[in-house]
Design a binder for this molecule. Structure first.
Ligand code: HEC
Ligand code: HEC
Length: 408
């Protein structure tokens, strides 16, 4: 009896195992087939030229003012061009008052606040002569030490929610303490030493009392709050771009209008958007950092630095960008034409490596438009329209003075 019971069991077990073998065989060959098709399609997609299946992004030239501003804009002109609002975003715990702004200005220009008393904030952020930057590829700090980053402008930083090239500061208050303590910038040894340098100047006592409701103590918190308040007054709305958006149809040249259309159509506006032309501005609730370069291969032969520094960077504002070269976080590129080429090749060519399935995000579908030299020039012309007329004038005057001094 025992044998009879065991035997059928073994038979069943044997039958199942054969079926399983078939099943496994079918599944495995199915997977291999799918993988083969996948690889085939992938290689095919990568072999065919861009724009084979779908038209390359529309790069329409000939922007006309009415078309750009018309309510019935074509698909790529859906973008809403905006000017900077009158209202400045101010933290609740640091209301702006005239006395605090005045104090902040004094601190911003005070060279005593660097270790060797040689540099103030304004040394690297020359408001008029250098449009709020320093005109160098990378900044030079105390004792002639070279930094490794380019100084961005302080103009319009009131509208940025992330400060520094890597976006590591979340407010102007948070940012302002760092250059004081940075050993290659102002090189102050401690917070206490900064406060001491302020206290040793008697005229500050009254200025602090006026700014902070009669309180006479001087603290780093009050110092950075005053500086931030002053920086929030550094805003440039006097640009041809703003005039155009506000309705002056003649504010932009035909070339700038072409550039404006290209700026939207090629996809620059996916990162440089809103009134301050930056995803890292207060006008965008989402991400402010982007990979740069998004496509290192595209430019690695031309620009060696591009390979090494692939990481996330804060999307910079493009206001006054034509006045603040050299460009990029390391000041590696000294003409705006090349910067635009780098951007179009390194930032727009996200679909260069075709994925089996397209990513849903529009940004990831941007094709590299291979802009012509003329189109690059048009975009550059448009970028010039973001320059404050006051700063253009101040810079021209500063350069004229420099030339006349050199010739004496
Ligand atoms: C030695 C030159 C130097 C001095 C002095 C200096 N800065 Fe800067 N500043 C820089 C550089 C370089 C950066 C970019 C650093 C980075 O991103 O890591 C910067 C960044 C900034 C930014 C961020 C701008 C942006 O768009 O993200 C602000 C604001 C700023 N500085 C304000 C100040 C203030 C206020 C002081 C004085 C307390 C000051 N700086 C002193 C060189 C300098
Ligand atoms: C995927 C996001 C992205 C797109 C798309 C993009 N940019 Fe940028 N842009 C950045 C980032 C990030 C930086 C900062 C890179 C750095 O310095 O490391 C930058 C920097 C710049 C700068 C230099 C700013 C300065 O102060 O040095 C210019 C000019 C610029 N972009 C223009 C453009 C133009 C024109 C286009 C369209 C052709 C474009 N960008 C498309 C993300 C983008």
């Amino acid at each position: 009896m025992e044998n009879l019971q065991v035997k059928p069991k073994t038979v069943i077990a044997k039958q199942v195992s054969i079926e399983q073998k078939w099943l496994v065989l079918v599944v495995v060959s199915g997977l291999v087939l799918i993988l083969g098709i996948k690889i085939g399609v992938y290689s095919f997609l990568n072999a065919v030229p861009e724009g084979f299946f779908k038209s390359a992004p529309a790069i329409r030239g000939a922007g006309t003012p009415d078309r750009i501003l018309s309510p019935e804009r074509s698909a790529s002109d859906r973008y809403q061009w905006q000017t900077l609002p009158e209202e400045i975003p101010v933290p609740l715990d640091n209301p702006m008052t005239p006395a605090k702004i005045e104090l902040g200005k004094k601190l911003f220009f005070d060279k005593n606040l660097s270790a060797d008393r040689s540099l103030s904030c304004a040394s690297c952020h020359a408001l008029e002569a250098k449009a709020g930057a320093d005109g160098a590829a990378v900044s030079t700090g105390i004792y002639g030490q070279m930094g490794d980053r380019n100084a961005p402008t302080v103009w319009n930083t009131a509208f940025q929610k992330l400060l520094f090239w890597d976006g590591r500061a979340g407010s102007l208050e948070e940012q302002a303490i760092q250059p004081f303590l940075n050993p290659v910038e102002m090189g102050m040894p401690s917070v206490g030493s900064i406060e001491m340098r302020v206290r040793e100047q008697p005229e500050y006592i009254e200025a602090f009392m006026r700014a902070y409701a009669g309180e006479s103590d001087i603290s780093i918190d009050k110092i950075v709050k005053a500086i931030a308040s002053y920086e929030r007054t550094l805003i440039t709305r006097d640009t041809p771009y703003d005039a155009f958006v506000l309705g002056d149809r003649n504010a932009l040249t035909p070339q700038q209008l072409n550039g404006m259309v290209l700026f939207a159509d090629t996809g620059c506006i996916h990162c440089h958007f809103g009134p301050n032309f930056s995803a890292a501005s207060v006008f965008n609730e989402g991400q402010g950092l982007r990979g740069f370069p998004a496509n290192p291969e595209r430019l690695s032969q031309q620009y060696a630095f591009i390979d090494k520094n692939t990481q996330s960077w804060r999307v910079p504002s493009l206001r006054n960008v034509a006045l603040t070269g050299p460009w990029l976080h390391n000041g590696e590129i000294d003409n705006l034409h090349d910067v635009v080429k780098v951007m179009s090749k390194a930032q727009l060519a996200k679909s260069e490596k075709r994925m089996f399935f397209w990513n849903k995000k529009e940004l990831d579908r941007l094709e590299n438009p291979d802009l012509t030299e003329q189109q690059v020039d048009d975009i550059v012309a448009f970028l010039h329209s973001l320059s404050s007329q006051k700063l253009v004038k101040a810079r021209t005057e500063a350069m004229a003075t420099k030339v006349s001094i050199e010739h004496q």
